[in-house]
Design a protein around this ligand. Structure first.
Ligand code: OSB
Ligand code: MG
Length: 368
């Protein structure tokens, strides 16, 4: 393939309700989209970085800058460009994995549309639909939380994940168990809000039979997670700490986690995400697909990834209406707690032009 140009587009999508985590409250999703153009096809990429560097060091404006300044020119120089060539072409540049992932996703989409192959079959999907969980934000009160969880269970979600932080952990978990019973698949996500000295406090979650506790400690604290995992009966799952197949291998060897949340953006792309999947399968480590409030584009690719055989736990692959009243693509709808894996070439869907234009705040065309 040869790129004739790349469009960088920033959009702003309102959320159906505020989403509060231990690192902040979001009321809208700003996102950076890429459209790569080749003589034969177009490909779409979605960058999962947020407006502010609170989940990780990356943020939307920095991703746009590093893409236009370094990554797009480097990829434009590649002789015979395909998705496998993107990682090596960008390897000299440190970090910025979400920006790299977005560009690789767009090139992969263009390549697969040209070849007439879906993301799912290219990645190695084994099923045609995936079971879905939902991430439930921190609320102002327990009754409010119970109403939200009830709504999601009524909608058919097969697993509930509660966002937690110091002051909002044992009580909400206890309340959800008491109200909805022991059969509900339940897990928590701390987004690094705790410290090593909180081990005894976190052990108070042990009686509630959680599937896992996600990223309780700092992203760089693998040793702390390994020590915590020895104290807790709740399995430790890592999100922020896993930025590559290498860091996944290290975390597993150290005993820092027994479950991995795979987010393609966080690890530099869908190809590295698949390598982590393969590594975890080889080590008998269950994986599940995380989410970053994706539009239909990223959601389509995540659903394809979640259809790989090692994804044995429901992911944060919620329906579009969990976050957006109006998505930029045809919405993903929950059916029997599952989302259907797209089968058309590439991502299997494209933005609806009017819906996309309605939420676009900036567009930049980079001719190559
Ligand atoms: O830690 O998994 C996380 C959202 C934004 C940033 C980090 C995380 C999340 C979620 C929601 O938990 C995932 C989703 O439903 O898209
Ligand atoms: Mg998480």
């Amino acid at each position: 393939m040869k790129l004739t140009g790349v469009e960088l587009r920033t959009i702003q999508l309102p959320l159906v309700s505020p989403f509060r985590t231990s690192f902040g409250t979001q009321t809208a999703r700003e996102a950076l989209l890429l459209r790569v153009v080749t003589p034969d096809a177009e490909g779409w990429g979605e960058c999962v970085a947020m407006s502010d560097p609170l989940y990780s060091s990356e943020y939307v404006a920095a991703c746009a800058d590093v893409l236009r300044r370094f990554f797009i020119p480097a990829v434009a120089q590649v002789e015979r460009l395909d998705a496998n060539a993107v990682g090596p072409a960008l390897a000299p540049f440190k970090g910025h994995r979400m920006a790299k992932a977005a560009l690789e996703m767009a090139v992969l989409d263009a390549e697969l549309r040209t070849r007439g192959v879906s993301f799912a079959s290219a990645l190695g999907a084994a099923v045609d639909r995936v079971p879905c969980g939902v991430s439930v934000g921190i609320m102002d009160s327990i009754p409010e939380l119970l109403d939200a969880v009830e709504g999601y269970l009524d909608a058919g979600y097969l697993r509930i994940k509660l966002k937690v932080e110091p002051g909002w952990d044992v009580e909400p978990v206890r309340a959800v168990r008491e109200r909805f019973g022991d059969e509900v698949l339940l897990q928590v996500d701390a987004n690094t809000a705790y410290r090593r000295s909180d081990a005894r406090h976190l052990a108070r979650l042990d009686p509630y039979n959680l599937l896992l506790i996600e990223q309780p400690l700092d992203e760089e604290d693998l040793l702390g997670h390994a020590q915590l995992a020895k104290v807790l009966t709740t399995p430790v799952c890592l999100d922020e700490s896993i930025v590559s197949a290498r860091s996944a291998a290290d975390a597993i060897a150290l005993g820092a986690c027994s479950i991995v949340n795979i987010k393609p953006g966080r690890v530099g792309g869908y190809l590295e995400a698949r390598r982590i999947h393969d590594l975890c399968v080889a080590h008998d480590i269950p994986v599940w697909c995380g989410g970053m409030l994706e539009t239909g584009l990223g959601r389509a690719a995540n659903v394809a990834l979640a259809a790989l055989p090692g994804f044995t736990l429901p992911g944060d692959t919620s329906a579009s209406d969990r976050y957006y009243a109006m998505d930029i693509t045809e919405p993903f709808r929950l059916s029997d707690g599952h989302l259907t894996v797209p089968t058309d070439p590439g991502l299997g869907l494209t933005p609806i032009p009017d819906a996309l234009d309605a939420v676009t705040t900036n567009t930049e065309w980079i001719p190559l």
